[in-house]
Design a binder for this molecule. Sequence first.
Ligand SMILES: Cc1cc2nc3c(=O)[nH]c(=O)nc-3n(C[C@H](O)[C@H](O)[C@H](O)COP(=O)(O)O)c2cc1C
Length: 366
Amino acid sequence: MGAHQPFTLPRTGHVLKNRSVLAAMTNKQSHEDGTLSDEEIKWLVRRAKDGFAITTTAAANVTEHGRGWHGEMGVWGDHQLPGLKKMATQLKETGTLSLVQIFHGGMRAPQSINGVQPVSASKNTENGMDGLYTRELSHEEVLKMIQSFTEAAVRCQKAGFDGVELHGAHSYLICQFLGSVTNRREDEWGGDIMGRSKFLRDMITSVREATGSDFIISVRISPIIEKAGIFLDESLQLAEILSTMDIDMLHISCWDVFQGVAGDEDGPSLTKLFAETIPKQIPVVSTGAVWTSKDAQWLMSEGADLVGVARVAIAHPDWPMHLANSDYSPDRPPFTEQHLLDVDLSPVFVEYMKRWKNFVHGGKNV
Ligand SMILES: Cc1cc2nc3c(=O)[nH]c(=O)nc-3n(C[C@H](O)[C@H](O)[C@H](O)COP(=O)(O)O)c2cc1C
């Protein structure tokens, strides 16, 4: 089976043209009120047009005060609908399956941006938060937060997107509930992995009820973040729990799919562990450091049903078109600013990419 070949999503029967997934990428191109800019639409539609089977938006926040950074996409208000409709319509025309990645920053939504004290599963803080602490969400606020995620998903559906990806990775709010370090609650939203995943599980149930059976729900998780109290054995348990629910795929964010698991470097890859843990009817998307078509093929041989990429698709929007060629090995960073402008990044996005180590000539290189 090759990465260039089609795949049918088991639950809905949606046929994907190949195995490629454009993973969510923040690009700073949205307006301050969370509405989409034409530049952001252009950047994403280009990648969909150029062959991605699934195209995911940047992380988009579900409440006005959950913003993690400036230039972030929002799905919290109806004023954002016209832009969302425009993006969804153009994505649909390409034949891609479109997902909005929905999230809330939680302890990573700075007061300096939102004007309010950040919230989390428990009282937390972290770098970049000016030494300020979050407030623990009350039971009623947790329910309200699930409602905000649900309303955001309904808004995405109304706009014409095929589904959402619930962003449970990278230490944002869902992840803060999942982690034993960031979630020290003693009520029903805390405790063991069953309790700490209740926020996510109730969210899945609520989004499914509100959007109906055709709507795609992907869940993205980080297998290991020790600082947050996310450990592999519990993440595998979580995957098992989630696989009994009405979700369409589980997306593991590995950052480097080739890296061995710490402490068991010669053991199976993260991808293999997850693929072997959950039943085949829940496809596994795995993402991190895939660059060549051989990389993609290797990832599938480890059990990934779908191959996620981010950075390679910034510079090479038509990456999926080359997957049938087993020798495809696209140029690697650093890239020139002109090249990035030519592949439909706006100057704002190019500036942002200068902050990623060694990605742009003349950008950060340490
Ligand atoms: C510019 C940029 C922005 C990103 N923004 C997000 C995001 O909004 N949500 C998310 O889940 N991951 C985000 N990521 C992580 C990617 O989705 C991906 O998991 C990671 O870059 C590893 O894949 P890669 O090696 O193919 O780039 C971002 C990555 C990059 C390079």
